[in-house]
Design a protein around this ligand. Structure first.
Ligand code: FAD
Ligand code: DLZ
Ligand code: SF4
Length: 523
């Protein structure tokens, strides 16, 4: 009996569940398809990363003796979707059975279930075992909880894995050291992450992507692309983080500095999400760094929390709440996404322009840029939830719906009725000024609220809170901040509303708020 295993572009792990039962004579199918490469207009670097990593993984499998049937995007017989490729290859090879590991996105799970009912031979969907928490364990955690919170989930995972535990107690006597992690960065040097020469495989993929996806967002060339495409490179990236950046990761996790795109972040999300690294192995390595005295507890605990806390938690929520989660829009946000999200030169807001430049050049922005700059702006300006989610899914090299959607719709946009976050992550320019040096070089004035040059984050923030004050009033964590609105008085409130409306009108009319746009338009 000859079996075939379909491996998807983000399933590049030798310990994949679907690979486990294969006999030496069984085959593997991997296929580059237009449907996956274009269901959103992915950043060029994201497509290049996935295709290059797929081709390297296929080469490694072949080297280990496995038969790999690999379809490249431009192969003439390519039928251009995952399910039609399975059907086409089945016709040619007549396998007795197929298997695939459960995909990371709901839409594909539905497609595979349909395929399983149509294929003349069994098509088995194996459980995904590359996460620490299974669906059943997550649902057990959710059961009976009115308000699930990441922190409770995180403690359970610390206990079940034994990570950073001294017997029953958390190492250092606390579960969470976040209060030590809010330092703004000084002008210290930040270590450059490793890079690798572009090999023939990756060079061919660059050419393919630049030819067939030339209208997609983002830069793609040897200088800008620095993602690991093999497990060896991913391990090198991670080792560099442990040696050079982990020590300061906690202290400066929320910091932002003009021109510094990666700071002390690990840059491992693409490798984790592709399956080149496993979450447990990197947490164990980070814990060892702490136990060896190479990194302080606030850094190591903060880092491990991102992986076994946030990453596992968002994945659990995605599968527990889909498919209706995707349609949520609690705050009825509908303003079209400003076009400066695709072109940073169309905004004079230095914080946004920096985050979007980083995104365009590197298919990356660190967490606080995603949450408190582009996310915060979209929240307080009331941008369309669908458009914002599509933007985040398109523009980051690490973006897959299971992780992007809860982070965007839930954490950044508060559109899920408080499932993901207990209060909206909204802030005025004050937060950005405290955590960055952006405001010093911005033409807007961060300390002003109602003047013509006032920071747009300030009036949009108060306008947002005022618009939703009835909903937020019942949240004890919002009560204090809402009291400020009562103190403003009618005149100030009207000025805030007028500035917010005028700003929206300017952006809608001109495609952005940059002064150059107004000059171009004046007679
Ligand atoms: P580090 O700051 O070094 O963090 C270490 C690791 O922790 C990351 O590699 C990641 O695997 C994990 N992690 C940290 N925060 C989160 C989180 N909130 N959710 C899940 N994992 C987390 N991450 C993605 O992997 N894909 C996405 O599509 C994605 N979309 C996001 C959208 C928004 C609006 C926000 C606010 C966050 C999003 N994140 C996403 C989470 C986070 O911003 C990225 O994981 C992180 O910036 C990746 O860079 P890094 O590897 O240098 O992370
Ligand atoms: C994201 C992506 C892209 C761009 N292209 C492919 C592809 O050509 N072939 C493939 O097998 N997978 C691709 N992927 C990854 C899938 O979309 C991914 O498996 C789902 O997003 C589920 O996480
Ligand atoms: Fe951003 Fe406002 Fe600061 Fe300018 S002044 S960088 S718009 S927060």
């Amino acid at each position: 009996m000859a079996r075939c295993c379909l491996i998807l572009g983000d399933q590049l792990s030798t310990n994949l569940s679907a690979l486990k039962g294969l006999e030496p004579e069984d085959a593997v199918v991997m296929t580059e398809v237009w449907s996956e490469a274009s269901y959103v207009k992915h950043h060029k670097q994201k497509i290049a990363l996935i295709f290059s990593a797929m081709r390297h993984f296929a080469a490694d499998l072949r080297e280990s003796g496995r038969e790999v049937i690999y379809t490249e995007l431009t192969d003439s017989e390519n039928s251009q979707s995952l399910t039609s490729e399975v059907q086409r290859i089945q016709l040619g090879h007549q396998f007795d059975a197929w298997c695939v590991t459960e995909p990371g996105e709901w839409r594909l799970k539905e497609e595979f279930e349909l395929l399983a009912s149509r294929l003349p031979v069994p098509f088995e969907i194996c459980p995904e075992e590359r996460f620490i928490c299974s669906h059943d364990e997550f649902n057990e955690f959710l059961a009976g909880r009115k308000q699930p919170r990441m922190e409770h989930f995180y403690r359970r995972i610390r206990q079940s894995t034994g990570l950073l535990m001294d017997g029953k107690d958390p190492v250092g006597g606390q579960w969470n050291f976040d209060h030590d992690n809010r330092k703004a960065l000084d002008q210290r040097e930040t270590p450059s992450p490793p890079t690798w020469p572009v090999d023939v495989i990756t060079e061919e993929v660059f050419e393919l992507v630049n030819t067939h996806f030339s209208d997609h967002f983002g830069e793609l060339d040897k200088r800008s692309f620095r993602w690991p495409v093999t497990r060896e490179q991913a391990l090198e990236m991670f080792d560099h983080f442990i040696e050079e950046r982990l020590e300061s990761f906690g202290d400066f996790q929320d910091a932002m500095i003009l021109g510094k795109d990666t700071l002390f972040h690990s840059l491992i999300s693409t490798s984790l999400n592709l399956g080149l690294l496993s979450p447990l192995e990197i947490c164990v390595a980070a814990e060892n760094a702490y136990r060896d005295g190479a990194a302080p507890i606030n850094a190591v605990e903060g880092f491990i929390r991102q992986i076994i806390g946030w990453r596992e938690y968002v994945r659990g929520l995605y599968w527990a709440y889909m498919p209706e989660y995707k349609d949520r829009n609690t705050l009825n946000a509908s303003w079209p996404l400003p076009s400066f999200y695709w072109d940073e030169t169309k905004t004079d807001m230095v914080c946004l322009s920096e985050a979007i430049r980083n995104t365009r050049q590197n298919a990356y922005a660190h967490h606080i840029q995603r949450l408190m700059v582009t996310g915060n702006f979209a929240l307080i300006a009331g941008c369309s939830v669908d458009a914002v989610c599509e933007w985040y899914l398109s523009v980051y090299a690490d973006a897959y719906e299971w992780v992007e959607l809860p982070n965007t719709l839930g954490m950044a946009l508060f559109a899920d009725d408080g499932v993901m976050a207990s209060k909206p992550y909204c802030s005025s320019g004050k937060y950005i000024d405290r955590m960055s040096n952006y405001c010093k070089s911005c033409r807007y004035r961060v300390k002003e609220v109602t003047t013509e040059d006032a920071c747009p984050f300030n009036y949009l923030y108060w306008d947002f809170l005022h618009t939703h004050r009835v909903r937020f009033q019942s949240n004890p964590r919002m009560a204090m901040i809402l009291k400020n609105i009562d103190r403003f008085g009618d005149e100030k409130l009207e000025a805030i509303k007028a500035q917010a409306a005028a700003f929206r009108a300017r952006v809608t009319q001109n495609g952005g708020d940059a002064r150059t746009l107004f000059k171009e338009r004046s007679p």
